[in-house]
Design a protein around this ligand. Structure first.
Ligand code: PLP
Length: 454
């Protein structure tokens, strides 16, 4: 019987990130300038991002070395543990073996610091003194606040207004690490002021907060913009997760039949899955499953199209599965999964049949989260609970078929700041939002005039 925790020594922390773009059968299509319809070049992005990150964004090298100062900070919590979920298996009565990689041991409580540290490091190297970003549920803002503090940079966070009100302690956490946090839409940017004028009660959205942070960074020479998901370089930085997991599964004497992650913009999913997709492209049989909310079903119901990454249409056009930049998802509790698009790398892998997706209703997801908490102990973030639910469904389906599977999922974060969501679930107050097809079609009308992918 495998041990409960499979741990790696610090010396096993990866020294390279893995770039799936080098192995994909079809590279993602280029990101386009919305004005000219032409591919965006490094010069277009230079006001927002440090050059090293722009080069990583377009890199085709299979591996990118991780700078030693970044590894030195990652060692505060990495390598993260891999667990064999013996007690969950017993609770479910399944014959399958379930493993999970736990990213909630980072100081901010999720996988997000893996890229925050790298982004803050390169920004500082290239002389920026300040980073601006957006945050939905607060996980990404906390991660960047932490990274900026550890590397000596200022940090400005535009936090979606509803979360700013619902999650005061996420804000306190960011402020403890020295960040300055403002509710979005804010009076501090043109985008924010325009929205407040037309919708004084706007609860905000990730798309709006991105527009504010981009406007902030574009307007100041000392500031870079940092994004917590979607972009190629962000997914690249997360691949330490899957590389460690490969080594840990090996130590456990197992290899997964199924690899599962939840998908908002796609970074934790990519972090775990991409090193396994390399194995899949190399001939191993692995089912790679992306789990999303039924209230924001980007991969399962959104077309593959060019779209803006933000509501204010300040970003380039990105080739991705999208529900349209005007789409405002229902107020489900997995705030980090309420985004209208998904990373181009993942969108392309779905198109090419290397990744498949499923969408779940939030009451079902919380039921699995509570089952998990009651067997493994950890109270998961509502986002991560989508991956748990995917693993539970998979194990039950295997039992129905009379087979045993080895299932691996990413537990991307803990839910200690999400207890209001658990309160609502336990009191029976959570609604399942059935998203009408009409609403999807309405939001997609906004991308009709945009260029179409080849
Ligand atoms: C714990 C956790 N998991 C998952 C996500 C979704 O983001 P991504 O798809 O980039 O991993 C978030 C986003 O905030 C998160 O906080």
């Amino acid at each position: 019987m495998t041990e409960t925790k499979v741990l790696l020594p610090e010396s096993a922390l990866p020294d390279r990130w893995y770039n799936v773009a080098a192995d994909m059968p079809n590279r993602p299509q280029p990101v386009l300038h919305p004005g000219t319809g032409q591919p965006v070049g490094p010069d277009d992005l230079a006001p927002l991002f440090p050059m090293e990150l722009i080069l990583q964004e377009v890199s085709e090298a299979p591996e990118v070395p991780i700078p030693e100062p970044v590894r030195e900070i990652l060692r505060l919590w990495r390598p993260t543990p891999l667990f064999r979920a013996h007690r969950l298996e017993q609770t479910l009565g399944t014959r399958s073996r379930i493993f999970y990689k736990y990213e909630g041991v980072s100081p901010a409580g999720s996988h997000k610091p893996n890229t925050a540290v790298a982004q803050a490091y390169y920004s500082k190297q290239e002389g920026r003194e300040r980073l601006a970003t957006e945050t939905g549920a607060g996980q990404w803002g906390s991660a960047l606040a932490l990274a900026c503090r550890l590397l000596g940079l200022e940090c400005k966070v535009y936090m979606v207004k509803v979360s700013y009100r619902q999650k005061p302690y996420r804000r306190s956490m960011m402020e403890t690490w020295g960040a300055s946090v403002v509710a979005s839409p804010s009076e501090e940017t043109q985008t924010g002021r325009a929205i407040l004028e037309s919708h004084p009660d706007s609860p905000g959205s990730l798309g709006i907060a991105i527009s504010e942070a981009v406007e902030d960074a574009a307007g100041r020479g000392d500031t870079a913009y940092a994004l917590g998901s979607v972009l190629n370089h962000v997914l690249l930085h997360q691949t330490v997760i899957g590389q460690e997991a490969l080594a840990q599964m090996d130590l456990a004497g197992a290899f997964p039949d199924v690899v599962i992650g939840c998908v908002g913009g796609g970074s934790n999913f990519a972090g775990l899955a991409f090193p396994f997709i390399r194995e899949k492209i190399g001939g191993k049989e692995i089912d790679v499953l992306a789990c999303e909310p039924a209230a924001c079903p980007t991969l399962t119901r959104g077309p593959f199209a060019y779209d803006f990454g933000d509501t204010g249409q300040l970003t380039p056009l990105v080739p991705m599965h999208t529900l349209g930049h005007d789409f405002v998802p229902a107020g489900i509790h997995a705030g980090g999964l309420r985004y209208h698009g998904v990373a181009p790398l993942i969108s392309q892998l779905v198109l090419d049949g290397l990744v498949r997706a499923e969408a779940y209703a939030q009451n079902d997801v919380f039921a699995s989260a509570v089952t998990f908490a009651g067997s493994e102990g950890i109270i998961p973030a509502p986002e991560s609970a989508h991956a748990i639910h995917g693993a539970v469904l998979n194990a039950m389906a295997a039992d129905d078929e009379g087979i045993e599977r080895t299932i691996l999922f990413n537990l991307s974060g803990h839910g200690h700041f999400d207890m209001a969501a658990y309160d609502d679930y336990l009191a029976g107050r959570l609604e399942d939002f059935a998203l009408p097809e009409d609403e999807i079609q309405r939001a997609l009308a906004a991308i009709e005039p945009l260029p179409k992918p080849a």
